[in-house]
Write a protein that binds this ligand. Structure first.
Ligand SMILES: C[S@@+](CC[C@H](N)C(=O)[O-])C[C@H]1O[C@@H](n2cnc3c(N)ncnc32)[C@H](O)[C@@H]1O
Length: 325
């Protein structure tokens, strides 16, 4: 379970002192209702709203980005970026996840037009140099600095579809090595990821994760959509604000990590759902170029069965060091 790092929790705890939990809960509820009915974070209009977002949504988007980065890092394990550009950064969620994933990061530029969310990022004592730009994405991308990694986490979902292609082109132009896009794990989120995948491949991108190839996506016309799950712990305030019963939450996300100029990619067939385990076999749903493959690993094949039992939704099976064949 990926929990928010202590430097983020410390900043939130300080902000939460003397804040009425009843007020926080009401604000969190209003933000959740707005998201659920297709609204954007435009509903976040004060510092207390931003704090409510950080309490109830930031742990989930952090866990999703951190999980996506973990999957990508397995493919490009030697990559050690120094600079980051985070667009639609909000309270800095994706930047903090990237800090945890790549301790090599030295500088980050955070772009967002929401003053209140960006202010939370600015009070966080991060282990890297942060420059915050309060600007609209379209304007910022015309002169934002290029960066080793460009991140767009839960933000394309807030942009009009008509501006998606132009924004994507700019994001890609600004990425020296990697572009990381994370979206809600819904059919709609996947549809945007798929559109980005096709456009980026047309521009010569390497797909670092989740795919093992640049061919047509086998889920492009399937009923299933490509998404993953990140489990996260809920803090006491998170539980209170959501009236939740359990101390954890599952966040579904779709993502794409596209790269430039990598020579060796340790890619494998991605596990697309929780493996089914019974007394006689483990059944894996694997992403392979033509159609998702149902692979049965029989108990009789002891070593492969043991290895398959260790696999989880989102893991990659690399055939030449295969844990299932
Ligand atoms: C759902 S929040 C995601 C925040 C953060 N990336 C995360 O993963 O938690 C979307 C963010 O995108 C920002 N945003 C949306 N449209 C924008 C635009 N056109 N220009 C700048 N920021 C924008 C919002 O202000 C908000 O902070």
């Amino acid at each position: 379970m990926a929990a928010l790092p202590s430097f983020v929790n410390g900043a939130l705890r300080a902000k939460l002192e003397n804040v009425s939990r009843t007020d926080l809960k009401a604000r969190a509820q209003r933000i959740s209702d707005s998201y659920r009915s297709g609204g954007t974070s435009g509903v976040i209009g004060s510092d207390l709203d931003a704090l409510a977002y950080a309490v109830v949504r930031m742990p989930a988007t952090y866990a999703a980005v951190r999980a996506a980065l973990a999957q990508a890092i397995e493919v490009v394990s030697d990559f050690a970026p120094r600079t980051l550009l985070d667009v639609g950064a909000g309270p800095g969620t994706a930047t903090w996840a990237a800090c945890d994933a790549w301790p090599s990061l030295e500088r980050a530029t955070l772009v967002d037009d929401n003053l209140h969310l960006l202010a939370l990022a600015q009070v966080t004592q991060a282990p890297l140099e942060v420059t915050a730009q309060r600007r609209a994405i379209a304007a910022a991308l015309t002169d934002a600095p290029s960066a080793d990694v460009v991140m767009a986490s839960y933000v394309l979902t807030e942009l009009p579809d008509a501006s998606l292609r132009a924004t994507l082109d700019r994001l890609w132009d600004n990425a020296v090595h990697l572009l990381v896009i994370v979206e809600p794990g819904t059919p709609d989120g996947f549809r945007r990821i798929l559109a980005c995948r096709e456009a980026l491949i047309a521009r010569g991108a390497q797909i670092i994760a989740p795919c093992s190839h640049e061919d047509r996506c086998p889920l492009a016309r399937a009923e299933r959509w490509c998404h993953f799950n990140a489990r996260l712990p809920r803090s006491r305030d998170h539980i209170l604000a959501k009236d939740a019963n359990v101390p954890f939450e599952d966040e579904k996300f779709s993502y794409l990590v596209a790269g430039k100029g990598f020579t060796a990619l340790a890619r494998g067939a991605r596990v697309l759902a929780t493996p089914k385990v019974d007394k006689i076999a483990v059944t894996l749903t694997l992403c392979t170029p033509d159609v998702p493959e149902q692979r049965r690993v029989a108990r009789g094949d002891k070593e492969a069965y043991r290895a398959a039992k260790r696999l989880d939704w989102g893991d990659a099976v690399i055939e030449n060091r295969s844990r299932t064949s």
